[in-house]
Design a protein around this ligand. Structure first.
Ligand code: F0G
Length: 460
């Protein structure tokens, strides 16, 4: 008897559950109008399946919850800080750690320390908060990702890679002294959760160091990136995710981290560095913005949950189930012939809104419309990742018009079952079927910073 490939399964069973609320379509139409057609402004209790984000929405394990009871809530020198420090050193390989309340706290401080006014900060596509902190520190972000990243149809396996040519051209154009550092996001959220190869980060590191430029890793989903390297890059199939992650981080000088993703917690982050002088500066800054350097805006119990989350998240069976659950949804949508970014991302499936609603131009917020329609159809909440998220050019004030106009279906870790994802796929298919008569939006309220969080829209 011949079997197909052995299926994967979650390496856990469920001990605590939270009931879901099902609403009527009539109610949802009312709720989305009240929310200005922005899924960020919905009340979570009016959401059925919440795929807004994988950030802070993960389910903790019994081991993590047990750790919460061991919180050492001292103002200074909490033992949970030392547990976190030990695991960051062991699994990420950096020497010095400053905890922060979440990723953007780390970005704020690092940008402040490393960017001089007028300098350029190249990166493999922007991330919203990362770019804003670089701009607020006086820097100018420059996208040096490979062209394939901007093409939803390209099936290149490492669409997160830096174009070494673009990076080199920038150094030549502005001079190495005017490059503050290079940020490597792994995986690249805005490109569709796409990974960076080991070969690429190694080449980036070599070129950067030749010019005395630091490499800063955005390690938010670096474990998922390591899993893709194991699956896709020659020479890594027999290595563990833990071994791959350590090699990957060795090609960077520092990292900012949102623990709310890979690390299976609801709050927490850190900045980790190898350079003592930089550490001293960060350790001094953290007391202004976050809290003492041994808690950085977190309770002792939060640091313990994150320390333990690192140990669980790095396991090969965990990360395989996590990434394969995302692919499960991707495969279902593929059967319905839904236009989306390929290959599937590590944390989410990204629908291609431009292909979905070919009659709605990007300046009528195509992806925002799609996210609203999905919510109305089934109560599934998703997030716009297109022109609204991209915001405006800080110098000209013009709206960016990114090539990618996407809706992100983000899978929280250890939260939903395959049956939930069956419902999600069915709902996307229904919305696709009824795509013809849907109308575009105009923006009626626009906040100054990170407008996607609080902007409001109306039907045209
Ligand atoms: N870097 C990346 C790649 C991120 O995805 C995020 C957050 C951050 C940094 C900032 O971290 O939220 O802890 O301050 N991404 C969330 C998301 C918000 O939904 O993708 P934070």
């Amino acid at each position: 008897m011949r079997f197909p490939k052995r299926p994967w399964a979650e390496p856990f069973k469920i001990k605590v559950v939270e009931p879901l609320k099902v609403t009527s379509e009539e109610d949802r139409k009312k709720y989305i109008v009240e929310a200005g057609y922005n899924t960020f402004l919905l009340r979570s209790e009016d959401v059925y399946i919440d795929l807004l984000t994988d950030s802070g929405t993960n389910a903790m394990s019994d081991y993590q919850w047990a750790g919460m009871m061991l919180g050492d809530e001292a103002y200074a020198g909490s033992k949970n800080y030392y547990n976190l420090e030990a695991n960051v050193q062991k699994f990420y390989g950096y020497k010095y750690l400053v905890p922060t309340h979440q990723g953007r706290g780390a970005e704020n401080m690092l940008s402040h320390c490393l960017i001089k006014k007028g300098q350029y900060v190249p990166g493999n596509m922007y991330f919203t908060t990362t770019r804003l902190h670089q701009e607020l520190a006086g820097g100018t972000f420059v996208d040096v990702i490979i062209d394939e990243a901007h093409n939803p149809q390209s099936d290149f396996p490492f669409k997160g890679n830096v174009s070494i040519q673009k990076f080199e051209d920038l150094i030549k154009k502005v001079g190495e002294k005017n490059v503050a550092y290079i940020t490597i996001g792994a995986t690249v959220n805005m490109a569709g959760g796409q990974p960076v190869s080991m070969e690429n980060i190694k080449a980036v590191h070599a070129l950067a160091h030749k010019h005395g430029i630091k490499v800063v890793l955005d390690a938010t989903r670096a474990m998922e990136n390591a899993y893709f390297i194991q699956q896709r890059e020659a020479g890594y199939a027999d290595k563990t995710v833990a071994e791959i992650l350590l090699e990957f981080t060795s090609y960077s000088d520092a990292a900012t981290m949102s623990g709310k993703k890979d690390l299976l917690v609801n709050i927490g982050g850190f900045v980790a560095v190898n350079d003592w002088d930089l550490f001293e500066e960060l350790r001094n800054l953290v007391v202004i913005y976050e809290g003492l350097h041994t808690y950085g805006g977190l309770a002792g119990r939060d640091m313990e949950a994150m320390a333990r989350g690192i140990e669980e998240a790095i396991q090969d069976d965990h990360i395989a189930a996590r990434v394969n659950q995302v692919a499960y949804l991707g495969n279902l949508l593929d059967e319905y012939k839904i236009p989306m970014v390929k290959p599937y991302g590590g944390h989410a499936i990204f629908l291609d809104a431009k292909k979905f609603y070919e009659h709605i131009p990007q300046n009528q917020y195509t992806a925002q419309v799609l996210a609203a329609e999905l919510y109305i159809n089934s109560g599934v909440r998703t997030m716009e990742r297109g022109i609204v998220s991209a915001g405006r050019d800080k110098d000209t004030g013009k709206e960016y018009a990114p090539a990618l106009e996407l809706v992100r279906l983000t899978i929280p870790r250890r939260v939903y079952t395959q049956a939930h994802l069956d419902i999600v796929a069915y709902s996307v298919a229904e919305v696709y079927e009824n795509r013809k008569n849907v109308k575009g939006f105009k923006m009626v309220y626009e906040p100054k910073y990170l407008r996607f969080f609080q902007a409001r829209f109306d039907k045209i």
